[in-house]
Design a protein around this ligand. Sequence first.
Ligand code: 48F
Length: 259
Amino acid sequence: MALDEVKITQAIVESFTKKLEEALEVDVAIVGAGPSGLTAAYKLGREGFRVAVFERKLSIGGGMWGGGMMFNEIVVQEEGARILREVGVEVRPWKEEYYTADAVECVCALGLAARKAGAKIFNLVSVEDVMVREDRVVGLVINWTAVEMGGLHVDPLAIRARYVVESTGHELSVLHVLQRKMNVKLFTPSGKIEGERSLWAEVAETTTLENTREVYPGMFVAGMAANATFGSFRMGPIFGGMLLSGEKVAQEIAERLRQ
Ligand code: 48F
């Protein structure tokens, strides 16, 4: 077969366009492909919901690649290990009640699980805004990360979603935009973003799950973003809470979608 550069180009353009078209109206739009966002995408996709994930960077995985301080191993507890095993990661016990796993294997396995479950993943796309109608988040406003990086004045495109997951990690970038532009009252004690506190793994892991919930009609927070929203601690390189948060947000949204 003679290779034709234009056919290669057509194949890419046509198949990408189809993928994007299918993501324009989804059940759940997830912002950020870190461990919590990817777990949520996998769990929701597996339930048959239409899911799109938008990730600003070239690579998915967020803060997981680097383990702790670039030692690319992560630590999880038994409950987190369950989710890693489910997606085929080799989890090794380390003394009592701790488990370790290879960070690269974890990212690859979670990404593959999300894709195999049908979630569409768009890397290099930044969510720059949300759409709000009648006091409810109804979608996302997206643009190429290159546009953002280049400081170019290019208008964005829009995605309609029945629910949005804010899983942008420490940055909490989308909720900050919602608060700044719409001046809405969030479901937090002060009605505003409470902000992240310093490192305290034990408390942070528990509160991550408690804080994984709806923060404004139509928008849920998950992962580190949940603690940054509700004023709890960071947990450092223990990742069980991130995985369990992704699972919890998927369960809560699935329940709503089935109503
Ligand atoms: O930070 P990140 O990995 O979030 P997470 O799932 O996990 C946190 C842990 O990695 C770690 C930790 C736990 O032990 O504390 O930090 O809560 O992934 C967040 C992803 O969101 C992307 C960002 O590039 C990263 O990959 N992101 C942030 N803002 C945007 C975005 C945006 N506006 N649009 C698209 N992607």
